[in-house]
Design a protein around this ligand. Structure first.
Ligand code: HEC
Ligand code: HEC
Length: 218
């Protein structure tokens, strides 16, 4: 089936990217190995605090980016003056700074700042930091995915009395019925989540792909 071969191809590419970015996914895997019974509240997920935009601006954008990417001099067509502009280009920022590591020119960011930027983007590039982000641990279930990132990044528009695109994705059943369209919207057409809301992070995409390949467990 065509969709299966697409899943495999995207899966292989994502595995490469994830390896380079040393993403949360590996940490999650290691954690679940340490806790093979999956028992107790720790199996529900680890709480992490995400940085906020002010911290990202003062530690990273101000000292390392704004000299070239501001309203007067938008090199590469990129202005990083405020959070809306940054969120609107979050995918390409992630790609160049976290994955490829070639921005700023001449070696990229120091490793600790790269990690900090990554955790901010993984948290959904929020304005206010300190929010506790629940990391998903195995075994993956629809509810865990929903709690961790689908709620904030998809269900916020695709639920309620008048869901966007007339597509309610609140339950596993509704999600699975629309899986082909969802897969295409995220991985092929890349139209969802709708800009300027932040995209799914690389680790969230990996987890979603793995959940699909496991047969979308309940
Ligand atoms: C010394 C100047 C300079 C600094 C500092 C700098 N950049 Fe750039 N940036 C450029 C130039 C020039 C380009 C266009 C050429 C290219 O894509 O490599 C660019 C391109 C980019 C692009 C690609 C835009 C696109 O649409 O393809 C991104 C994303 C980016 N920069 C992000 C950043 C971030 C984030 C920082 C800080 C961590 C940063 N840059 C620091 C000069 C700079
Ligand atoms: C900011 C609101 C918003 C968010 C967030 C959002 N969507 Fe959508 N979505 C829409 C709107 C509006 C449409 C209908 C217009 C369109 O197709 O562009 C739509 C349409 C769709 C469609 C139908 C596309 C088609 O080909 O028929 C799918 C599938 C979808 N969304 C999945 C998702 C998924 C999965 C997420 C989370 C990763 C998500 N959306 C996040 C607003 C949103």
């Amino acid at each position: 089936m065509r969709i299966l071969s697409v899943i495999l191809r995207v899966g292989a590419a994502m595995a490469l990217i994830a390896g380079m970015a040393a993403c949360n996914y590996r940490t999650l895997k290691d954690e679940s190995n340490e806790n093979p019974q999956g028992a107790g509240p720790t199996a529900q997920g680890k709480l992490q605090k995400s940085p906020g935009f002010a911290e990202i601006e003062s530690r990273i954008l101000g000292p390392h980016c704004l000299s070239c990417h501001n309203s007067a001099s938008s090199q590469g067509g990129l202005n990083l003056d405020d959070i809306d502009l940054v969120q609107a280009r979050i995918g390409v920022i992630y790609e160049r700074v976290v994955v490829q590591g070639n921005m700023p020119p001449g070696g990229g960011l120091p490793a600790d700042l790269r990690t900090q930027l990554k955790s901010w983007i993984d948290a959904g590039a929020p304005e206010v930091g300190g929010a506790e982000v629940t990391a998903v641990t195995r075994p993956y279930t629809f509810n865990k995915l929903a709690e961790s990132f689908l709620q904030a990044k998809c269900l916020i528009c695709h639920s309620g009395e008048r869901p966007e695109g007339e597509m309610d994705l609140t339950t596993r059943e509704q999600f699975v019925v629309n899986l082909k369209k969802i897969f295409s919207a995220i991985f092929v057409e890349k139209t969802m989540p709708l800009a300027p809301l932040p995209n799914l992070s690389q680790s969230e995409k990996m987890i979603l792909l793995e959940w699909i390949s496991l047969g979308s467990p309940e």
